[in-house]
Design a protein around this ligand. Structure first.
Ligand SMILES: C[S@@+](CC[C@H](N)C(=O)[O-])C[C@H]1O[C@@H](n2cnc3c(N)ncnc32)[C@H](O)[C@@H]1O
Length: 205
């Protein structure tokens, strides 16, 4: 089996996470300082690549724990000459809690996070009680969390978690954002499985 090569470090969009303690100043990863958005669990990167391509006025950081998927996004982003996309290989909850500076993000996108359908595995879900306070610390005032899932039961959990969280109010997801489908979403959509969308903005309270 032939393995696709990773890009050399000077061409790669992947920023190596070298410390488990020192925060990463995301703004410094880009040539131009502009609004900063984070996607957690970008998978094969269809959303993040489209979003970065169509929004050169925003800086996008996409996080994924699987190297194979991230390397694929890296090659495509590099080929497209994207200067406003950087990639991180890390575990989402750890990064949110320990490796980011407060008040730096305009948006957080979490699309089709692993649903962990068995009840005994629900504790592994990313969007659970601890998530809103972590997001609140990292977002600027009026910053927004965008959520999508095909899983109705997980979607109900997402709504419950955010509706009960201090400092967030529900808001609309722009149609232009909904139109940019993720890889999983394209597969579900082809099978007639609808996407559930939710968005919450930080009220500052
Ligand atoms: C179901 S896939 C969805 C991928 C993409 N968002 C999409 O909609 O096509 C979930 C992705 O999140 C990644 N992931 C799951 N848990 C993670 C974690 N704790 N930290 C980082 N990535 C994670 C998985 O490796 C996988 O690529």
């Amino acid at each position: 089996m032939s393995r696709k090569k990773s890009l050399p470090p000077d061409e790669s969009l992947i920023h190596p996470v070298t410390s488990a303690i020192e925060p990463i100043d995301l703004a410094k990863l880009f040539p131009v300082e502009q609004p900063l958005e984070l996607e957690l669990g970008c998978g094969d990167g269809s959303f993040t690549l489209q979003y970065a391509l169509t929004h050169p006025e925003r800086n996008i950081v996409a996080l994924e724990r699987l190297l194979g998927r991230l390397a694929k996004v890296d090659r495509k982003g590099h080929r497209a000459g994207l200067k406003n996309l950087r990639l991180l290989r890390a575990e989402a909850a750890y990064l949110l809690e320990h490796l980011l500076l407060p008040g730096v993000l305009d948006s957080i996108h979490v699309y089709f996070p692993d649903p962990w359908p068995k009840k005994r595995h629900h504790k592994n879900r990313l969007i659970s009680g601890p998530f809103p306070p972590l997001a609140k610390r990292l977002l600027k005032d009026k910053g927004t969390v965008y959520l999508r899932t095909d899983n109705v039961e997980y979607f109900e959990q997402m709504l419950e978690v955010f509706n009960g969280a201090a400092g967030f109010e529900p808001t609309e997801t722009p149609e232009s954002l909904k139109a940019m489908m993720t890889d999983f979403e394209q597969v579900f959509d082809a099978q007639g499985i609808p996407t559930n969308h939710a968005a919450y903005w930080k009220t500052g309270g």
